[in-house]
Ligand binder design. Structure first.
Ligand code: KG4
Ligand code: ZN
Length: 422
């Protein structure tokens, strides 16, 4: 057993097999991610059976690469951390089983980490790294408020240790938490979440509908820059509490991972409506044939490029489609912003963390940063590499648990709908 506070993190909850070594939750020695995008792209979404098989193939080489890149051996480790949920059952099991076996064989403690807590710690890890290197808040976008102005973020305070409102926004989740550091661990209170699709899921479904690639977020992010976001006024209607409080079961997996009773309806999200609105627009304006030929030209046809670029996609999009894409994104980001800032205000949180795959979005980062500056709040995002799924965030989230000796027992199993906080 090591003495340096080294944790090997393992993540296999969805379509990325990842391993990383992080020192004391504050310094990434290695972070290896084997993406399965190529496997799932042709189906336009993650196929669970294929995901498990790919994880099985990748897990050993990925863990070996993470140890090699960190320049350490298993004996140098202090613990092994693994994502125990939420996620795909079969995919999670691959990581958990391997982590258990490694921990047992090497006499190391095993730490179970909630994937959503991992996403939150991606931002905290970046901030600690920035502080360790004495270069201030490189990844945090601190508002430009005058120092000392009422409500201005106090940069003398270690923001890393302040309570924060965290928006976890990815392909599987759109959840708002109040995250608080305590003496021994972080605690989380669920503030809001989606009732149906996650924001990233809406990005993926709209991209698929328009004949773009998988995952859809990066394509829409890039193409939206070329459209007029004010063209189609997509609107999010106010969510009614009665529907879910009447005891209805939420329809999607994302929605089932956390209870909804007692949540303020102002902080609930719903992204299935906008997906349908885009579909209606496409049908009304007869854009389907064009989407089909775009899919063929970019991905499925005999002349499709091996690796289609944004320029290739741009050449296949007319102004009407680009305007539709930009308008969709404008509406989604606007809704995320409105509810997140309203929740921060209502809770008196002066610090906001935005994390998960959709946090990689350029428009989201720019608009959250501008709004935070306007309100004298502090907002932080992970680096792009740590926004999407990775294992450094799992190893970082495990550090306070190692200090608190919060270890998993040998009965640890996958919990596909594991909730975070209450
Ligand atoms: O965090 P992540 O890698 O996996 C989950 O836990 O779900 O998030 C993946 C999601 C996908 O839906 C993908 O389309 C979206 O994040 N995404 C983006 C961007 N990059 C990835 N969405 C919008 N803009 C992006 N640049
Ligand atoms: Zn994730």
């Amino acid at each position: 057993m090591g003495t340096r506070g080294l944790i090997l993190g393992i993540e296999s909850s969805c379509d990325e097999t990842a391993a990383a070594v992080v020192e004391r939750g504050a310094r990434t020695l290695s972070s290896v991610v084997a993406s399965q995008i190529a496997t799932h792209a042709r189906y336009g979404g993650v196929v669970p059976e294929l995901a498990s098989r790919e994880h099985l193939r990748a897990i050993v080489p990925v863990v070996r690469a993470a140890l090699a890149q960190a320049g350490i051996a298993l004996v140098d480790l202090d613990a092994i951390a693994v994502t125990s949920g939420p996620g795909l059952a079969g995919a999670l099991l691959v990581g958990i089983t391997y982590a258990k076996a490694l921990a047992y064989a090497n006499g190391l403690p095993l730490i179970a980490v909630n994937h959503l807590e991992g996403h939150i710690h991606a931002v905290l890890l970046n901030e600690r790294e920035a502080m360790e290197h004495g270069i201030g808040n490189v990844v945090s976008q601190v508002s430009k408020a005058r120092p000392g102005a009422p409500g201005a973020p106090n940069n003398d305070v270690n923001m890393n240790e302040q309570p924060a409102l965290a928006l976890v926004v990815s392909g599987g989740h759109t959840h708002l938490y109040l995250a608080r550091p305590t003496a021994s661990a972080w605690t989380y209170k669920l503030i809001g979440r989606t009732l149906d699709d996650a924001a990233g899921e809406a990005y993926d479904k709209v991209a698929k509908l328009l004949g773009l690639g998988y995952p859809g977020g990066p394509w829409i992010d890039a193409l939206a820059l070329h459209g007029n976001a004010r063209t189609v006024p997509f609107a999010f209607s106010q969510i009614k509490t009665k529907v879910h409080l009447a005891g209805k079961t939420p329809r999607t997996k994302a929605a089932r991972t956390a209870p909804i009773a007692n949540l303020d309806p102002r902080f609930l999200f719903s992204f299935s409506g906008i997906k349908t609105a885009v579909l209606r627009y496409v049908e009304l304006h007869n854009l389907r044939p064009e989407a089909e030929s775009r899919r063929e030209a970019l991905f499925t046809g005999p002349d499709a490029p091996a690796h289609p670029t944004v320029e290739d996609a741009l050449a296949q999009c007319d102004p009407q489609t680009l305007d539709l894409i930009a308008s969709f994104q404008y509406a989604v980001v606007g809704d995320l912003m409105k509810k997140t800032f309203a929740a921060a205000e209502s809770l008196g949180a002066r610090r906001i963390l935005v994390t998960g795959g959709v946090a990689a979005n350029r428009s989201l980062r720019a608009r959250f940063t501008a709004e935070a500056a306007r309100r004298n709040l502090h907002v932080a995002f992970p680096t792009l590499a740590l926004s999407t799924d990775n294992a450094a965030m799992i190893a970082a989230a495990a550090w306070p648990k190692l200090l608190a000796k919060d270890f998993a027992d040998s009965g640890l199993s996958a919990d596909p709908s594991l909730a975070l906080g209450r």
